[in-house]
Design a binder for this molecule. Structure first.
Ligand code: PCA
Length: 192
């Protein structure tokens, strides 16, 4: 099988996005699965369009999106995406939606179609926790949009948020070593 793994570019005044760094260090295969790696811009709309385009062109069976969740202390598979874009900061195109649905008239929420509990268990002491909110910024929009687009198909989709890495020097916030994030993501991909 093929798995699309996406990462985001830096946003919100940061010069690094840990997910972009982690993506560079992932292998090309995990077990029998071939990884298709893609960095997408932290922009509403374009991020989703790019991910759908590559997922369809590459005929992947699963999509695992990675994003930074600054302030979290754990690798956090997301259980759910909600139908709202409500941004505290502008995206990388300067767009800052407030209370705008991801899909006009779409359902309130979608559950991830990846095995999130197995992913948490597989990451284990790296450490992982299940998250019940992907926020209301670009990451949630991406997850919601993918689950909406691929609903009823054989393509499953989900999202994993990761903390800041030590290189970002957020001394007042939880940080992880990049190597630990890479290891955790690899284990989550094994579970998928
Ligand atoms: N995290 C943001 C968008 C890009 C990223 O890495 C989020 O959680 O929405």
């Amino acid at each position: 099988m093929k798995i699309l793994v996406t990462a985001f570019d830096a946003f919100g005044g940061e010069s690094i996005n840990p997910t972009e760094r982690a993506l560079q260090q992932l292998p090309d295969h995990i077990g029998d699965a071939e990884l298709v790696k893609l960095v997408i811009p932290t922009k509403f709309g374009e991020s989703l369009r790019r991910a759908i385009e590559v997922a369809e062109d590459s005929e992947v069976e699963a999509i695992v999106c990675l994003g930074q969740a600054g302030g979290r202390a754990h690798i956090t598979p997301e259980r759910v995406a909600i139908n709202v874009m409500d941004a505290d900061i502008p995206d990388n195109a300067g767009y800052q939606p407030v209370d705008v649905p991801v899909v006009e008239g779409g359902p309130t929420a979608y559950f991830s179609t990846l095995p999130v509990k197995e992913m948490v268990a597989a990451v284990g002491d790296s450490p992982a926790r299940l998250s019940n909110t992907a926020g209301t910024f670009v990451c949630n929009q991406l997850l919601y949009g993918l689950l909406h687009h691929f609903e009823g198909t054989r393509v499953s989709a989900g999202f994993v948020h990761v903390p800041y890495i030590t290189e970002q020097e957020k001394t007042d916030k939880p940080m992880m070593e990049l190597a630990d994030i890479v290891e955790g993501v690899k284990r989550a991909l094994w579970a998928v």
